[in-house]
Each structure stands twice: as structure tokens, then as C-alpha cells.
Design a binder for this molecule. Sequence first.
Ligand SMILES: Cc1cc2nc3c(=O)[nH]c(=O)nc-3n(C[C@H](O)[C@H](O)[C@H](O)COP(=O)(O)O)c2cc1C
Length: 171
Amino acid sequence: MHQFQPYPIELLELNPFTKISSEWMLIAAGGKEKTNAMTASWGGLGVLWGKNVAFIFVRENRYTKEFIDKEEYFSCNFFEKKYLNDLKYFGVVSGRLEDKFKTSGLNVDYKENIPYVDESNFIFLCKKMAAVPITEAHFLLPEIKEKWYSGKDDGNLHTLYVGEITDVLAR
Ligand SMILES: Cc1cc2nc3c(=O)[nH]c(=O)nc-3n(C[C@H](O)[C@H](O)[C@H](O)COP(=O)(O)O)c2cc1C
């Protein structure tokens, strides 16, 4: 088990564009009885309703969504490059079919009841503030539906979750 320190958010120097889109993250949600996680490369960091927030976008069919919806918190976990294969695995296999924490080299740990990934080197714990299902009526450009919602995930639109970043953990 690794030791994490609280990290002051005002000292953050990370680039959210490269961090999220190229390095990816694992979104973990659940509790001590059961936790699931999935890879994500869409999302953002910012300020809303007077809070520092993370935005994530989760399609309807993701098993992780059930855990996010049920619990008060989710976590965004970032990794060194050597964990790329684990991130790929968490991004193609569903926790409905395999317990991904049992079959991978990654382990889940908890701050109080909030799950995070122990091998991560940087974590946001996020308290849900809003869950906004994005519907086709929200698209202002036709190519969004064509490009992102016409393949095998057709019909599984995204829900936007806004989470207040309550803790930044680093090691
Ligand atoms: C690089 C990468 C990025 C991904 N980004 C997202 C994302 O932002 N939102 C999403 O809903 N799914 C995303 N996925 C797909 C999920 O990670 C994938 O469907 C996963 O198997 C879901 O697992 P679950 O059913 O256990 O939740 C991504 C997959 C990969 C490989």
C-alpha cells in the first residue's frame, strides 16, 4: 500500500489537456463492499458554483456508471506510463464480466469509504455536485451524433458529472 499526501490544489501545474487526453485516467467509484473502475480520456478541470471541480463524461452502458450514480463520491486516478497496459485493460473490459481489480495488477484502496487506485501517483477525490444526461437535443452540430454516437456504442449517450474536488492526493 502506498503513502499519499494531501497536495495543495493551488500548487498544481498539470496540463489538463495532455494529462486527460493522452495519459488517460481511471475513474473509480463504489465502496468497501464493491468498487469498479474504467478508463477515461474525456473530461476537464475547472471552477463551477464556487468550487474547484472535475468534469467527467460516462456513457450509459458503463458498469462504473452504476457505482457513480449510487455513491456520493468518485475518484479520478492518474498514472505513470508503465501502467498503460492496465489502463487499456480497464478501458476494454467491463467490470460486469470480470473483477478488474482481481485480474489486473492494480489494487483499490479507500479514504474513508471513497475508492482510489493504490498504484496511481495522483488522485482527485470528487464529491458529486451534478449529473447531467446529455441528449441528442443538446447537440448543436450534426457531426457530433455522426462521429460519436453512430457506432457500436450507438444509443449510449454520455452523462456529464460535475464533482467538487475535495482532496488532491499525491505520492
Ligand atoms: C483510452 C480510453 C478512453 C476512454 N474514455 C472513456 C470516457 O471518457 N467515457 C466513457 O464512458 N468511456 C470511456 N472509455 C471506455 C470505457 O473505459 C470502457 O467501456 C470500459 O470497459 C467500461 O468499463 P465498465 O463497464 O467496467 O465501467 C474509454 C476507453 C479507453 C480505452
